[in-house]
Design a protein around this ligand. Sequence first.
Ligand SMILES: [Fe+2]
Ligand SMILES: [Fe+2]
Length: 155
Amino acid sequence: MGFWRPEPTDGENVTTDNRRALVWSDDFLVGVPEIDEQHRRLLELLAEFYEKLAEAEHGSEALGALVCGLLDYTRYHFTTEERLMRQSGFPESVQHREQHASFVARAADMADRFTRGRLVLSLEATGFLRDWLFNHILVTDKALGRHILSREAAQ
Ligand SMILES: [Fe+2]
Ligand SMILES: [Fe+2]
């Protein structure tokens, strides 16, 4: 699959760093294979989405399908992490689950407004998806990963 490498255009605040950031990097590893594999897939879906966004006609059905696919996979991934939190007795699970829920609410609202023709998807409108996911993986999911690894090491 290709990664998202559109040329910056006027009116869209696309920096070189933003584009490079959509390529998987081992900096994202949290150390739990099940989570890491899903994060890899999530990044692939996100890159595919941004790639189509850069070339698609606004409002295209293909774009709508990608948004829904991304949302579905995100929900599935959050369910996996929340199961691992329960199984490992993660002490910060309330805050972590709240972050998941608020992201899903925001992304679902965006997808809903898009499918009803009330929102034109643009790199600007969807930039938060990437920014949120990266911050969440690097801070919140890594904390979960450390917890799970320390529990495994203690067994
Ligand atoms: Fe995650
Ligand atoms: Fe998470």
